[in-house]
Design a protein around this ligand. Sequence first.
Ligand code: NAD
Length: 438
Amino acid sequence: MITMTKPHANQEPGASSKVPARGMIDNVMEQFNSAADHIDLHPNIRKILSITNNEIVVHFPVKMDNGNVEIFTGYRVQHNNALGPYKGGLRYHPTVDIDAARALAMWMTWKTSLAGLPYGGGKGGIQLDPSLYSKSELERITRRFTFALADNIGPEHDIPAPDVNTNSQTMAWIADTYMSTRPPAERTANQHVVTGKPGGSGGLEGRDRATGYGVYLNIKCWMERHNKSLKGQKYIVQGFGNVGYWASHFMEQDGALLVAVQDAYGSIENQDGLKVDDLFNYSQSNKGSIVGFSQGKAIDNKDFFKTNCDICIPAALGNQITADNADSLKATLIAEGANGPTNVDGEKILLEKNIAIIPDILCNSGGVVGSYFEWLQNRNGELWQLNEVMAKLEKKMMDSFDKVFEYAQNEGLDMRTAAYCLAIRRIEKAYIERGIFP
Ligand code: NAD
């Protein structure tokens, strides 16, 4: 039995350390309980959703390039599958632990439910710093982790996807390992065990940009609802990986100005604007780091969130906007590309200051919607075109935004609580219709 409300010290890097950190699990539980109170969620369903279904922890040995063996710890937490197979990413990062995986798995349950997908929520990863390993070591670590997870994942059971420090290559290794360990007649029919694969391995055209595109669409919708245009709006982005880059790419196409970026290595600013593709090309040639980019001046990491801007897109890790820095934010809109970037204390301050937040479970749901399209494509033996994918994604994202925005207005709620209410209601309905076995 696990207790979901205990205090603990799961704080992601970059988060302030002055105040004892709320762990991500505390945040997700507080967000859940506040929405559950609002909709008067049935107490039995509250009990079920407050706990994870399954928690898989594996320790596995991998031979390093120098011949030594290292033991790694991997996690897969399956929170809830009332609406369909568990779905959610795999993260490779030193902060991955059981509490982080629990919190991230819960967020996936709300996200897939809100998006109207036939999925539940899961999440996991390996506690490691991938920059310390060669590509061939990462391949062996990934394959051995997949082998250790064995039948705990599967295309109709639990479907991982990329997350922090994992990508389409990681997914290709997982798919290949999983398929190679099936009985011969089932091998090729299992490629949708993961989504976010490369194009040659069953991947979906446009899956790479789906999350960032969704973040951009949410911001655009929000602006339209406030009679504003994106042209000339200044924005800052924390994390210039998959989500941060693609969100910036689409923001720039609509005339918004990227004025500051922070990644794991440092922060840069230019109030006249940083060119997104120049920055991306620079970071690709600089081991993934934005530091030293000639169009920006270096700023102190602690000043990043104080930068003058209209919109802030946290697209790195959780627990970044907290009681320590929320007061100094200049943006009037926070669009959560990352999962759990704003903690509950930070959010209270932002809402008091009338700063709007497009919550993670809505804002970054383009990724899981894209993953759903990939899963359908593989399952049905189809090949979808990029324009078809983007059009379907756009429709789904805009419908979700409208649903949350209108519910929030009608109920007098902030957008996060509104999104949670809608997500939880859908799961509650499934439980009420089906009852509890036996
Ligand atoms: P990524 O690995 O591609 O990029 C992560 C970026 O964050 C990198 O630029 C890295 O340098 C930066 N970063 C890492 N630690 C940092 C720190 N302490 N301070 C500032 N920057 C830091 O990861 P991603 O796929 O872009 O994921 C980013 C976030 O978006 C995560 O919270 C993830 O869960 C969430 N998300 C991703 C997807 C997806 O499809 N990839 C979907 C939904 C949500």
